[in-house]
Ligand binder design. Structure first.
Ligand SMILES: Nc1nc2c(ncn2[C@@H]2O[C@H](COP(=O)(O)OP(=O)(O)OP(=O)(O)O)[C@@H](O)[C@H]2O)c(=O)[nH]1
Ligand SMILES: [Mg+2]
Length: 254
């Protein structure tokens, strides 16, 4: 019942007003008028913010290095094995999980061809990494439609490829983080918050104005009870060291 615990007092419907849509249009026009370099991070950030402004759903993205259990966590929230999981780096595209009456997958290719299929078996072909751990270059977007009460309320999940593998995946994840309303960063209980993870947390999230982050500790079942407690206190310490901008007396740690 994780969904009830997390969202019992929460109305995820966003107030998308005309102003936000107009800001997005103005930013897109500015990119064209100023002829901003195609591959610059400025252009990527602007496009991501435009995507955020126009998205009506409350987008919750899961972010971590490969094999940290991101897809497993989303499957647990969805209550079924919807997304591909494996011991090797697996997720090879940003997969948006949205509400639909039947479980269905929609793949949009770069040439705008759309492939729709019942279920999610098609993800293996289009949304997992190939033998060289590369993403499928034909694919523009991947959407899974799933009948779940949270999704029906207007929440949308985003399953991301793992970071710390290839630069291409890192770039995609960094862009997608800016399009999201809330980020879950999964951490591994056995090697809590490596230096690289702390740097990503600071440089990809906090320094880009993303302050709402839920840290989820995974693989706790592989630790002894006493070790589990130690991990919990260490993570609290890490989270404390990052929290900022809150009035005194308020806590963002639960
Ligand atoms: N023991 C244990 N195994 C887990 C846990 N969470 C995930 N796993 C396993 O870890 C492996 C990787 O899980 P995924 O969900 O595919 O990880 P991911 O972060 O989505 O991986 P990428 O998509 O490659 O970035 C799978 O074999 C899972 O079954 C956990 O809490 N405990
Ligand atoms: Mg995955």
């Amino acid at each position: 019942m994780i969904d009830c615990l997390l969202f019992s007092n929460f109305n995820p419907m966003k107030n998308i007003d005309e102003n936000l849509i107009n800001i997005s249009k103005t930013l897109n026009n500015a990119i064209e008028v100023l002829a901003i370099d195609e591959n610059s991070s400025l252009k990527r950030d602007i496009l991501s913010l435009g995507n955020y402004c126009e998205n009506q759903n409350f987008r919750l993205a899961v972010f971590a290095p490969f094999n940290y259990g991101k897809s497993t966590l989303l499957n647990a929230l969805l209550g079924e094995k919807t997304l591909p999981i494996d011991l090797i780096p697996t997720t090879g595209a940003a997969i948006y999980v949205k509400y639909g009456e039947q479980l269905k997958t929609k793949i949009t290719l770069n040439n705008n061809k759309i492939i729709e299929e019942e279920g999610t078996n098609i993800l293996k072909k289009y949304a997992t990494l190939d033998d060289n751990r590369c993403m499928n270059q034909e694919v523009k977007s991947v959407e899974v439609y799933c009948n779940h009460s949270l999704l029906k309320m207007g929440v949308e999940f985003l399953d991301l490829p793992g970071t710390n593998d290839r630069e291409e995946q890192n770039k995609l994840v960094k862009d997608q983080l800016l399009t999201s309303d809330l980020i879950i960063q999964v951490v591994d209980a056995r090697k809590l918050m490596t230096l690289e993870e702390r740097e990503n947390f600071r440089d990809w999230l906090l320094n880009r104005g993303i302050n709402s982050v839920i840290l989820v500790i995974n693989f706790l079942n592989l630790l002894e009870p006493q070790e589990q407690k130690d991990v919990y206190y260490r993570l609290r310490f890490v989270a404390e060291s990052f929290r900022s901008n809150l009035p005194s007396g308020f806590s963002n740690l639960y």
